[in-house]
Design a protein. Sequence first.
Length: 372
Amino acid sequence: MVNYRTAAPHEREEYIDLANHAFHFDFEVLMPKAYDTSIDSSAMHKVAVDEQGRLRALVAVFPEVLRVGEDTLRTGYLGTVSVHPRARGEGHMKALMHLWLEELRGTCDMVVLYGQRQRYEYFGFTLGGIKLKYTVAEANVRHGLRGVDDTGISFSPLFELEGGAEFAHNLNTSQLAYVERNLEQLPLIFSTLCQKTLGVLDQGKLIGYLVVNEAGDDIAEFAVENPGDILRTLKAYMAYSRAGRLTMYAPEYDIPLNKSLGSIAEDFVTENSDMYHILDFANVLKAYLTLKLKTTGIVPGEFSAVMDGQPVTARVDEEGVSVERSAKPGAVVLDRLEAQTLLLTRHGRYMAVDAPADWFPLPLFWYKIDKF
């Protein structure tokens, strides 16, 4: 008989070996925030253990606190879904997924993952959220930024700079929406997926940081204190990296970054950010409608529905956003898939639902370095 339970600390090496075998990765190197030798992440792993005590499968959920304006969302990033080759088709992943989702109900506002769409739709996840991906070529910078003065801009490994970690931590918490990051863990967090972090200096003073891939041509996070330094930094980094083409990601609600990149990029595309399983619709609605109101803007109005059994009524007026845990008589009743499709996707607006046209999709975005 297979036992489904939380992993024990002494099983650390075994569950990492199982993940390495399933993905052909070295998780201690690839995802040090969860698998560094200094970290005990056993409580974040559910495992399937057979009668011989062997681990047959595992699913991890890594807790994250997401700050969206003045709202706090309890979130979990689900990953490291691994099944031993000899145990595939035995239902272990299904059992572990349901075990996690049942445990998180009532203690978590939403669960996030990145994976094959149809595989996780079976477990109530919906592909959605919004991020913009920009492509900037050397010619864009040479011609589009020829009048931009990047004199004095230089780059250096962030954590080799005095006060670099504290600077990055403070800059992260100044954002409109961010994942809480433990200051002591920042070097591990920023090295996830073998990325590296460069401090941006102006005349030797830290003004920002970039999180880039090993090749230096993909920028996962672009953060500077002053929006006026975005294009100066971009011009200087193009020369520093010697890349002929850069790709960059930005959340929809970061207006200064999108305005700057959009002014010179060769092209951009709007992509889904992740897959989401919303456990508390009222909390998620309140946080992200408020964020949208403060950034891209939404029209005043009211929306009422019963979402996966949860009654909610949201209002936007001159005082801001309010969400009640009740529904108006005759409110539309949506199952989980319908509710998440409406809130998270562009095609959700075509549903026969009486909702303000520009409220949805919600601008959910998850930084790549905070994923596992």
